[in-house]
Design a protein around this ligand. Structure first.
Ligand SMILES: [Zn+2]
Length: 226
Protein backbone atom coordinates (compact mmCIF):
# COMPACT_ATOMS: atom_id res chain seq x y z
CA UNK A 1 0.00 0.00 0.00
CA UNK A 2 1.14 3.53 -0.79
CA UNK A 3 0.33 6.18 1.78
CA UNK A 4 0.70 9.93 1.42
CA UNK A 5 0.92 12.20 4.45
CA UNK A 6 0.13 15.83 3.69
CA UNK A 7 1.24 18.19 6.47
CA UNK A 8 1.34 21.97 6.68
CA UNK A 9 4.34 22.46 8.95
CA UNK A 10 7.49 20.60 9.95
CA UNK A 11 6.37 18.57 13.01
CA UNK A 12 2.69 18.19 12.01
CA UNK A 13 3.53 14.90 10.34
CA UNK A 14 4.89 13.57 13.64
CA UNK A 15 2.25 15.11 15.89
CA UNK A 16 -0.59 13.97 13.66
CA UNK A 17 0.45 10.47 12.64
CA UNK A 18 4.11 9.82 13.53
CA UNK A 19 3.31 6.57 15.35
CA UNK A 20 1.14 5.41 12.47
CA UNK A 21 3.78 6.25 9.84
CA UNK A 22 6.32 4.23 11.76
CA UNK A 23 3.94 1.31 12.15
CA UNK A 24 2.88 1.34 8.48
CA UNK A 25 6.51 1.51 7.34
CA UNK A 26 7.39 -1.35 9.67
CA UNK A 27 4.51 -3.38 8.21
CA UNK A 28 6.04 -2.95 4.74
CA UNK A 29 3.93 -0.10 3.34
CA UNK A 30 5.44 2.81 1.41
CA UNK A 31 4.82 6.07 3.24
CA UNK A 32 5.53 9.41 1.58
CA UNK A 33 5.61 12.61 3.63
CA UNK A 34 4.86 16.06 2.26
CA UNK A 35 5.41 19.26 4.20
CA UNK A 36 3.91 22.19 2.35
CA UNK A 37 5.05 25.12 4.51
CA UNK A 38 8.52 26.43 5.20
CA UNK A 39 7.82 26.73 8.96
CA UNK A 40 8.90 29.33 11.54
CA UNK A 41 8.74 32.47 9.33
CA UNK A 42 5.53 33.56 11.08
CA UNK A 43 7.65 34.18 14.18
CA UNK A 44 9.20 37.18 12.44
CA UNK A 45 7.54 40.51 11.73
CA UNK A 46 8.37 40.24 8.06
CA UNK A 47 8.64 36.89 6.35
CA UNK A 48 11.90 38.13 4.75
CA UNK A 49 13.46 38.66 8.21
CA UNK A 50 13.56 34.92 8.84
CA UNK A 51 17.02 33.39 8.84
CA UNK A 52 17.47 31.27 5.69
CA UNK A 53 19.92 29.03 7.56
CA UNK A 54 17.29 28.33 10.20
CA UNK A 55 14.78 27.33 7.54
CA UNK A 56 17.36 25.07 5.92
CA UNK A 57 18.21 23.53 9.29
CA UNK A 58 14.53 22.86 9.85
CA UNK A 59 14.27 21.17 6.44
CA UNK A 60 17.27 19.01 7.34
CA UNK A 61 15.48 18.00 10.52
CA UNK A 62 12.46 16.99 8.47
CA UNK A 63 14.71 14.66 6.45
CA UNK A 64 16.05 13.08 9.63
CA UNK A 65 12.53 12.72 11.00
CA UNK A 66 11.36 11.02 7.80
CA UNK A 67 14.23 8.58 8.14
CA UNK A 68 13.52 7.84 11.81
CA UNK A 69 9.86 7.19 10.97
CA UNK A 70 10.85 4.92 8.08
CA UNK A 71 9.24 6.99 5.32
CA UNK A 72 10.02 6.13 1.73
CA UNK A 73 10.48 9.73 0.63
CA UNK A 74 9.96 13.33 1.73
CA UNK A 75 8.71 16.29 -0.31
CA UNK A 76 9.29 19.81 1.00
CA UNK A 77 7.67 23.02 -0.19
CA UNK A 78 7.95 26.63 0.84
CA UNK A 79 4.47 28.00 1.36
CA UNK A 80 4.53 30.99 3.78
CA UNK A 81 4.17 29.94 7.43
CA UNK A 82 0.75 30.71 8.92
CA UNK A 83 -0.08 32.62 5.76
CA UNK A 84 -1.38 29.83 3.52
CA UNK A 85 -4.57 31.88 3.19
CA UNK A 86 -2.56 34.48 1.23
CA UNK A 87 -1.74 31.87 -1.43
CA UNK A 88 -4.37 31.12 -4.11
CA UNK A 89 -5.87 27.81 -2.97
CA UNK A 90 -5.53 26.55 -6.53
CA UNK A 91 -1.74 26.70 -6.13
CA UNK A 92 -1.97 24.46 -3.05
CA UNK A 93 -4.36 22.12 -4.86
CA UNK A 94 -1.94 21.83 -7.77
CA UNK A 95 0.96 20.84 -5.50
CA UNK A 96 -1.11 18.05 -3.94
CA UNK A 97 -2.58 17.00 -7.30
CA UNK A 98 0.88 16.66 -8.75
CA UNK A 99 2.00 14.54 -5.77
CA UNK A 100 -1.03 12.28 -6.05
CA UNK A 101 -0.34 11.88 -9.75
CA UNK A 102 3.30 11.03 -9.11
CA UNK A 103 2.91 8.75 -6.09
CA UNK A 104 -0.51 7.18 -6.80
CA UNK A 105 -1.33 6.71 -3.10
CA UNK A 106 -4.33 4.67 -2.01
CA UNK A 107 -4.50 6.42 1.35
CA UNK A 108 -4.00 10.02 2.48
CA UNK A 109 -3.48 11.25 6.02
CA UNK A 110 -3.86 15.00 6.45
CA UNK A 111 -5.10 17.85 8.63
CA UNK A 112 -8.59 18.22 10.00
CA UNK A 113 -10.70 21.04 8.58
CA UNK A 114 -11.85 22.31 11.99
CA UNK A 115 -8.38 23.23 13.28
CA UNK A 116 -7.53 26.63 14.75
CA UNK A 117 -4.47 26.97 12.52
CA UNK A 118 -5.38 28.52 9.18
CA UNK A 119 -2.70 26.61 7.25
CA UNK A 120 -4.19 23.33 8.47
CA UNK A 121 -7.62 24.39 7.25
CA UNK A 122 -6.28 25.39 3.82
CA UNK A 123 -4.44 22.07 3.47
CA UNK A 124 -7.56 20.09 4.35
CA UNK A 125 -9.62 21.97 1.80
CA UNK A 126 -6.98 21.77 -0.93
CA UNK A 127 -6.49 18.05 -0.33
CA UNK A 128 -10.23 17.38 -0.73
CA UNK A 129 -10.12 19.13 -4.08
CA UNK A 130 -6.92 17.43 -5.21
CA UNK A 131 -8.25 13.97 -4.29
CA UNK A 132 -11.80 14.41 -5.57
CA UNK A 133 -13.12 11.02 -6.59
CA UNK A 134 -13.18 11.21 -10.33
CA UNK A 135 -12.59 8.15 -12.47
CA UNK A 136 -8.96 7.12 -12.21
CA UNK A 137 -8.46 8.72 -8.81
CA UNK A 138 -6.06 6.41 -6.92
CA UNK A 139 -6.96 7.75 -3.45
CA UNK A 140 -9.44 5.39 -1.80
CA UNK A 141 -9.32 6.57 1.78
CA UNK A 142 -8.71 9.92 3.45
CA UNK A 143 -8.08 10.26 7.16
CA UNK A 144 -7.81 13.51 9.12
CA UNK A 145 -5.45 13.65 12.08
CA UNK A 146 -5.40 15.93 15.09
CA UNK A 147 -2.53 18.26 15.87
CA UNK A 148 -2.23 19.03 19.58
CA UNK A 149 -2.35 22.81 20.19
CA UNK A 150 -4.42 23.38 17.06
CA UNK A 151 -7.25 20.86 16.78
CA UNK A 152 -8.39 21.09 20.42
CA UNK A 153 -7.68 24.83 20.62
CA UNK A 154 -10.51 25.64 18.21
CA UNK A 155 -12.83 24.53 21.06
CA UNK A 156 -15.31 23.19 18.51
CA UNK A 157 -16.00 26.78 17.35
CA UNK A 158 -15.22 25.88 13.77
CA UNK A 159 -17.26 23.31 11.92
CA UNK A 160 -16.73 20.46 11.63
CA UNK A 161 -15.28 19.56 15.02
CA UNK A 162 -12.83 16.66 15.24
CA UNK A 163 -14.77 13.44 15.74
CA UNK A 164 -12.30 10.56 15.59
CA UNK A 165 -13.69 7.20 14.53
CA UNK A 166 -10.51 5.39 13.47
CA UNK A 167 -7.81 4.47 15.96
CA UNK A 168 -4.41 3.03 15.23
CA UNK A 169 -2.56 1.14 17.94
CA UNK A 170 0.86 2.78 18.30
CA UNK A 171 1.92 1.01 21.50
CA UNK A 172 5.05 -0.25 19.73
CA UNK A 173 5.92 3.03 17.98
CA UNK A 174 5.00 5.76 20.49
CA UNK A 175 8.62 6.00 21.59
CA UNK A 176 9.73 6.48 17.97
CA UNK A 177 7.13 9.23 17.60
CA UNK A 178 8.48 11.06 20.65
CA UNK A 179 12.05 10.50 19.49
CA UNK A 180 11.21 11.92 16.04
CA UNK A 181 9.52 14.91 17.61
CA UNK A 182 12.58 15.63 19.73
CA UNK A 183 14.56 16.21 16.51
CA UNK A 184 12.49 19.35 15.95
CA UNK A 185 14.22 21.26 18.75
CA UNK A 186 12.92 24.65 17.59
CA UNK A 187 9.34 23.37 17.88
CA UNK A 188 9.78 21.83 21.34
CA UNK A 189 7.71 23.16 24.24
CA UNK A 190 7.86 22.27 27.95
CA UNK A 191 5.03 20.50 29.78
CA UNK A 192 2.09 21.25 30.07
CA UNK A 193 2.17 22.48 26.47
CA UNK A 194 0.17 20.02 24.30
CA UNK A 195 3.23 19.41 22.09
CA UNK A 196 5.55 18.52 25.00
CA UNK A 197 6.75 14.89 25.14
CA UNK A 198 4.74 14.33 28.33
CA UNK A 199 1.57 15.58 26.65
CA UNK A 200 2.19 13.45 23.55
CA UNK A 201 2.43 10.39 25.78
CA UNK A 202 -0.69 11.43 27.70
CA UNK A 203 -2.75 11.98 24.52
CA UNK A 204 -1.68 8.64 23.02
CA UNK A 205 -2.49 6.82 26.26
CA UNK A 206 -5.82 8.59 26.52
CA UNK A 207 -6.85 7.43 23.01
CA UNK A 208 -5.48 4.00 23.87
CA UNK A 209 -7.74 3.72 26.91
CA UNK A 210 -10.75 4.44 24.71
CA UNK A 211 -10.02 1.54 22.37
CA UNK A 212 -8.39 -0.95 24.69
CA UNK A 213 -4.72 -0.64 23.90
CA UNK A 214 -1.76 1.02 25.53
CA UNK A 215 -1.37 3.91 23.08
CA UNK A 216 -3.19 5.05 19.95
CA UNK A 217 -3.45 7.81 17.39
CA UNK A 218 -6.94 9.01 16.54
CA UNK A 219 -8.26 9.86 13.07
CA UNK A 220 -11.48 10.92 11.48
CA UNK A 221 -12.37 9.00 8.36
CA UNK A 222 -13.25 11.66 5.77
CA UNK A 223 -13.99 9.36 2.88
CA UNK A 224 -13.66 5.72 1.91
CA UNK A 225 -14.28 4.18 -1.48
CA UNK A 226 -13.96 0.38 -1.59
ZN1 LIG B 1 0.87 22.92 11.89
Amino acid sequence: MKVLVVAAHPDDEVLGCGGTISRLAHDGHDVYITILGEGITSRYKQREDADADLIEALHNRSCQVAEVLGAQDLFLYNLPDNRFDTVPILDVVKIIEELVERIQPQVIYTHHGGDLNIDHVVVHRAMLTAARPMQGQPVREIFAFEVPSSTEWSFQRFEPSFRPNVFIDISDTLNIKVQALSLYETEARPFPHPRSPEAIHAIAHRWGTIVGCEAAEAFELIRSIQ
